[in-house]
Design a protein around this ligand. Structure first.
Ligand code: SF4
Ligand code: F3S
Length: 106
C-alpha cells in the first residue's frame, strides 16, 4: 500500500484524493491517511501531492516507517474524503518543516 507521511501534517493540500480510483483516503483535522486494505497501488496520488508526502510502503524513508501503522490505525477512525478542498491556512509555511509529527491531531 501507499502511505501518507509526516509532511502532509498541517498542509493537507488534498490534491491526492481526486485521483484515487478506490477512494481510500481518510481525513483527520490536519492530516490525511490511506487505508492500506483498500489501496490498489496505482501510484497516481504520488505525483499529485505538492508536499511530496506519499510513498510506497517499500520506499519509505527510515524515519517515516512508523506512518505505516499510523495510516492503518487512523483510516479506521476517520471518514473518507473524495473531493479536493482548500488546503489548511498556513499550508505553504508548514510545507517542508521538520518535526511536524508532534503536531498531528487525532
Ligand atoms: Fe489511491 Fe492509488 Fe494512491 Fe493507493 S496509490 S491511495 S489506490 S491513488
Ligand atoms: Fe496531504 Fe499531500 Fe494529500 S499534503 S492531503 S498527502 S496532497
Amino acid at each position: 500500500a501507499y502511505v501518507v507521511t509526516e509532511n502532509c501534517i498541517q498542509c493537507k493540500y488534498t490534491d491526492c484524493v481526486e485521483v484515487c480510483p478506490v477512494d481510500c483516503f481518510h481525513e483527520g483535522p490536519n492530516f490525511l491517511v490511506i487505508d492500506p486494505d483498500e489501496c490498489i497501488d496505482c501510484t497516481l496520488c504520488v505525483a499529485e501531492c505538492p508536499a511530496e508526502a506519499i510513498f510506497a510502503e517499500d520506499d519509505l524513508p527510515e524515519d517515516q516507517r512508523r506512518f505505516i501503522q499510523i495510516n492503518a490505525e487512523l483510516a479506521k477512525l476517520w471518514p473518507t474524503i473524495v473531493e479536493k478542498k482548500a488546503a489548511l491556512a498556513d499550508a505553504d509555511a508548514w510545507n517542508g518543516k521538520p518535526g511536524k509529527a508532534a503536531q498531528l491531531e487525532k
